[in-house]
Design a protein around this ligand. Structure first.
Ligand code: C2E
Ligand code: MG
Ligand code: MG
Ligand code: MG
Length: 291
């Protein structure tokens, strides 16, 4: 049975009700209605420079905001969208929303400095993707080098020449490619060599491992992260740490030489309106400090 309303009316979808065919079917319908009724949103999470905490960019994270039932997170959407074939449309919608949001941020801060990272699943790499992305960037006056395409090893593991061609095209167009959840897969290191990867995103499990377990385990975690950082830098990649929740983790990752970070310590993913508000408050605070 469905809970009518969770705490504060949010997140009412829980794992126990999702395994049945009926729930699946319901989510399929939410996705289709979501596309039709414009329920998809690109939440934004800041990506900060670890040296000074300044915002360098934003990651766009999918949310399906049902007007009565609340927020459906990507974990519940993507698998089903991939199986039913709606993922290309959902992905396109996310691209539109995310780029529109970046344009709004640029209008607010008057700069073209921050970048936007968008997640892509393997089935989104259709031949038409570079053209569609280019058209959106043109429409919103955003340079291709402000866009980061986030993929996981799963995309590269498919070893599909067609996907590689699209990635290469996006890279030549000026977009950067980030390898997401790095360190959780099989042979991540060889991918740095074989594909045009610009950014390595160290999975949040590594960040967590810095502050859990015995002193020896934590020491080894630091060595692992340092190793990933060294290799990534030598391959010419920038390194981003995911899932930073504490000041200690930030401090350690900065000392270990990572470049950027994101996590709840800095900000949770937020709807665009809240993000604009936060950015405005920050810049007002800065202005009054200067005055
Ligand atoms: P990801 O790309 O690795 O995104 C990071 C996830 O970690 C996000 O979960 C984010 O909310 C969460 N996170 C950020 N900071 C912290 C932290 O400090 N602590 C913890 N515990 N979690 C943190 P979210 O938004 O639920 O997204 C989950 C995954 O869904 C993403 O992982 C990405 O693989 C996928 N995804 C999200 N949006 C899209 C999209 O538009 N398209 C596609 N194809 N996949 C997407
Ligand atoms: Mg990501
Ligand atoms: Mg990630
Ligand atoms: Mg992840």
């Amino acid at each position: 049975a469905r809970k009518r309303d969770g705490k504060n009316g949010m997140q009412i979808f829980d794992a126990s009700m999702l395994d049945t065919a009926r729930e699946r079917h319901e989510i399929e319908q939410y996705i289709e209605s979501g596309l039709r009724e414009d329920w998809f949103e690109a939440y934004l999470q800041p990506i900060v420079s670890l040296s000074d905490g300044r915002i360098a960019g934003f990651e766009a994270l999918m949310r399906l905001n049902h007007p009565e039932k609340g927020i459906l997170p990507p974990a519940k959407i993507i698998g089903i969208a991939e199986e039913t074939g709606t993922i290309a449309l959902v992905g396109e919608r996310m691209m539109e929303k995310a780029i529109h949001n970046l344009a709004r941020i640029s209008r607010l801060d008057g700069t073209q400095e921050t970048y936007l990272a968008i997640n892509f699943s393997p089935l989104q790499f259709e031949e038409t993707l570079p053209h569609k992305l280019a058209a959106l960037l043109l429409k919103h006056h955003i340079a291709p080098n402000r866009i980061v395409i986030e993929i996981t090893e799963a995309v590269l593991m498919l070893d599909n020449p067609h996907i590689h061609a699209v990635l290469k095209q996006l890279s030549e167009f000026g977009c950067r490619i980030a390898l997401d959840d790095f360190g959780t897969g099989y042979s991540s290191l060889s991918y740095l060599n074989r594909f045009p990867v610009d950014i390595v995103k160290v999975d949040q499990s590594f960040t967590r491992s810095l502050s859990t377990g015995t002193a020896d385990v934590r020491r080894k975690s630091r060595m692992l992260i340092k190793g990933i950082r060294t290799i990534s830098h030598q391959m010419g990649c920038t390194v981003v740490a995911e899932g930073i929740e504490t000041q200690d983790q930030w401090e350690l990752l900065r000392k270990l030489g990572l470049d950027y970070g994101q996590g709840f310590l800095f900000s949770k993913p937020m709807p665009i309106e809240s993000m604009l508000q936060m950015l405005e408050t920050n810049s007002e605070a800065k202005a009054s400090n200067l005055a």
